[in-house]
Design a protein around this ligand. Structure first.
Ligand code: FHN
Length: 446
């Protein structure tokens, strides 16, 4: 397929901006619910932080950085000309998009969000807007986003892109506040936004048709909520069914990620490395690492256990959110084995218990104590009590099964024994033989 020329992209930006001013993206609740449906039902996504920072992998001049690995250019104050050598060394010959997507599919993942461009400015797709991309600046010369998008399409997984507003490589994007690398005398932020940021987003939306654009790097002073609102309108006018996170503007309250004000631009909140307390009246997605870094870091072996990852997923689903769990592939193009193993464990658990996680609804009373969480089926006909600790008996008060109906454990054929207490609670006897590790789902008719 012929790629649009830069001139065409700029013309498209200009016309779309005009159109965006005119046609504000008005949306009824029903239309918004329809647009968000696949994302809400998906519940579990894979975050992928991959780029030239995988080459140093957290080590610069023999020193191990204490910071997250994808920030090495900034935290070790690496001059741009030196950092560009990592781009020239980025040649992930073991990269296999189909293998990555199979790992995700087998894990029960429903969508993938990959860094199209992180703060360092290096682009993982064939961009006509810059040569600082995988085709011209690295020896790899394969369109990674194209290969992943095609593999996702084949596997029925939605492809989505992370995109950093902050850009440490573009001279006009130099931020007053920090991250200065170019020492550009008079950086022209609006020129960067109109002739670089927007045209690249047009390429990503027009050529790859992503389900979500996941913005980041919005905290710099050059970026403002009005620009975020304009960018949101611009994107939604170009692709009305697109979903965009709240980091397109300035609405999020720091790492807690939820909106600080009503009309913040974007479709969902983005708690980072944390899960919100309780449920929320708005859409949200917790993004978290499996160890302590987003980009690959050769010596970060502080891996969360599979039990912790599964319990996080259960807690998030019970609170009505999505879980965006990160992997940081190596410079060779491999997902770390420790991540692959944990994803496989999650997939095994979801194969038996996914009915209680995907496309479910949350309850205000989403838990009892620390070891019992609840979800309900979208049609309200079934309730799921998810038991996190294996005891002989489990007392359930928040869900009241229909009188005389059976209570079953997902993965176990025979109905479970239970008795109803005078207060209406039920005490269920757990089966001797459990169908899986880490957590067990009691399904009841409501
Ligand atoms: O600075 C980035 C960081 O590198 C990573 O991409 C996370 C993931 O959401 N976001 C920012 C830190 O909040």
């Amino acid at each position: 397929m012929k790629k649009p020329s830069l001139l065409f992209l700029l013309a498209l930006v200009f016309l779309s901006s005009l159109q965006a001013q005119k046609s504000v993206v008005q949306e009824t609740k029903a239309a918004r619910d329809a647009r968000m449906a696949w994302w809400r039902n998906a519940t579990f996504g894979l975050f992928i932080h991959w780029g030239a920072y995988a080459v140093p992998a957290g080590v610069y001049k023999g020193k191990v950085t204490k910071e997250i690995a994808e920030w090495i250019m900034e935290t070790e104050n690496i001059p741009t000309s030196e950092y560009e050598q990592y781009v020239r060394d980025f040649n992930p010959t073991k990269f296999d998009a189909k293998a990555w997507v199979k790992t995700a599919k087998d894990a029960g993942i429903k969508y993938i969000v990959i860094t199209s461009k992180h703060h360092d400015g290096f682009c993982l797709w064939d961009s006509k807007v810059t040569n600082y991309d995988i085709m011209e600046a690295s020896p790899f010369k394969r369109d990674i986003l194209r290969e992943l998008t095609d593999a996702c399409k084949e596997a029925g997984i939605r492809m989505c892109f992370y995109h950093s507003i902050m850009d440490w490589h573009q001279p006009d994007a130099e931020s007053k506040a920090e991250y200065g690398h170019q020492n550009t005398p008079n950086p022209d932020w609006s020129r960067y936004r109109e002739t670089y940021l927007k045209p690249q987003l047009v390429e990503l939306v027009k050529n790859y048709d992503p389900g979500v654009i996941w913005f980041d790097g919005e905290w710099i002073p050059e970026w403002t909520e009005p620009q975020g609102k304009d960018l949101y309108q611009f994107l939604r006018t170009m692709k009305p069914d697109l979903i965009v996170n709240n980091r397109v503007g300035k609405g999020r309250k720091g790492m807690s990620g939820m909106n600080a004000y009503e009309d913040a631009a974007g479709d969902f909140g983005t708690p980072e490395q944390e899960i919100i307390e309780g449920t929320a009246d708005s859409d949200w997605e917790s993004c978290m690492t499996m160890n302590d870094t987003w980009g690959f870091k050769q010596n970060d072996t502080n891996w969360k256990s599979s039990a912790t990852l599964i319990h996080n997923l259960i807690d998030i689903a019970a609170k009505g959110g999505n879980y965006l769990l990160n992997v940081g592939p190596t410079a060779e193009g491999l997902i770390p084995q420790a991540s692959v193993e944990r994803l496989a464990d999650m997939g095994k658990w979801l194969k038996i218990n996914g009915e209680a996680i995907y496309a479910t609804h949350s309850l205000k009373q989403y838990k009892e104590g620390n070891d019992l969480k609840f979800t309900t089926s979208a049609d309200g006909k079934h309730g799921y009590a998810i038991v996190l600790k294996n005891e002989k008996e489990v007392k359930i008060s928040n869900l009241k099964p229909r009188k005389g109906s059976a209570i079953k454990m997902l993965g176990v054929a025979k109905a479970l024994k239970y008795r109803t207490q005078t207060d209406g609670s039920v005490v269920v006897t757990m089966p001797e033989k459990l169908p899986c590790d880490h957590a067990w789902v009691l399904k009841m008719v409501m």
